[in-house]
Design a protein around this ligand. Sequence first.
Ligand code: ZN
Ligand code: ZN
Length: 459
Amino acid sequence: MGQPFHTAVRDFLDGRIWLRRHTPFPKDIIDRHIQEGFIQTIPGIQTNTTVLNQTHHTCNRCENNDPTRFTTFHCAKCEGTCTYCRKCLKMGRISSCTELILWRGEPVSFSIQHALAWQGTLTSSQQQAADDMIDSTNKGRSHLIHAVCGSGKTEMLFPPIHELLLAGKRVCLAAPRVDVILELEPRLKAAFPETSIEALYGGTELTKQAAQLVLATTHQLYRFRHTFDAVFVDEADAFPYTADQTLRQAVQKAAKPGTPVHYVTATPSEELLSTMKKTGSISTINRRYHGYPLPVPRYETLWNYEKQIKKGKLPQKLIVWTSARLKKREPFLLFFHHIGLMEQALPLLQALDGRIRSVHAAHPDRKEHVQALRNEQLPGLLTTTILERGITIPNIQVAVVGAEQKIFNKGALIQIGGRVGRSVNFPAGDFVLFHNGITYAMDDAKREIERLNEGGIGK
Ligand SMILES: [Zn+2]
Ligand SMILES: [Zn+2]
């Protein structure tokens, strides 16, 4: 006996909150499911009028209710006054006359057969953190793993994720940055070969399956509602200052009410730390999985580097540093605070080796260039802070050009240094801060790395 609904429609919609006009199904099929009560429709924007005749808007997709983040306009579509949400605009415009749909039929039931194919072993402190996270999950409590860069964060998540999958639960692993998702996807697919896994980020093709393990950039979570039995957030602090609130809203909405949201990061914000101290629990890991210390930054002055680069002259110290990497065939990353300056420096560095490339957030070949560096087809990359985390390349050497710039705060510098020495075969490497004056952030980052290396716990 068949189902009274299309299972493909259910598999796609269950857990999602979606635009009625933009489903991957024919309109008449969606209409019929609405008529028969399998799909519920709700308005995109909820508008209420108070007794004082003030209007209040709430976006039903992202739950934004900040009056400054809505725009009211004359809408050609509904030929009236319409309001749209600017907060989730990137995901397609939601306005008063937009209809959102939710699955209300029988839910998808997920598999309880899941192999964990990862062959490695956790160190005792990794195992402890994994056990703590399982314990917190069972208690419905949020958990933070505060672990230094290169401590094997992803592997610590395998046991708690596996436990949930074996119980037929639906799990989300989210990160603010697409690079982190791209790096996680092959690792999770290798670790859980029997599990339906989907990676969602801007520009991915829509699939119609109901993946049990969803990897997603946090923005994509606006399209889910009360879906997951646990959400793990990797690199929760990836957008300093603004991440916390936006992230928490999107994540909270995607998690089923009362289910835990877990965090893993090397550089938690003060806000996250204090929240977790109050309402969750924390595991701290201050050793890399291979037991070697974190690379301590060294300082090198690079006076007036901006002026020199703008004049078409590469500062001597950068020539020496880059030439040494090329000669020793060590892959390298050169971090810049500004795309314009980086693009001016690029041809100057290409004079040393024509294969050197640059990447930034909107660079069309960003994925390919990073892969080429990994495959040893490129000797090195110039990059903005976009590659400060989520990237692991054996024997990578790292320099920051203009470490005094504001964007290189303590967390960013710790993350950048965290790229170095991650592999057991190459547990050390150069981490140099070229600067035009030493900042508190530089000293704070250095002090924290030294404290961690001495066995003290991170602040
Ligand atoms: Zn919205
Ligand atoms: Zn309208």
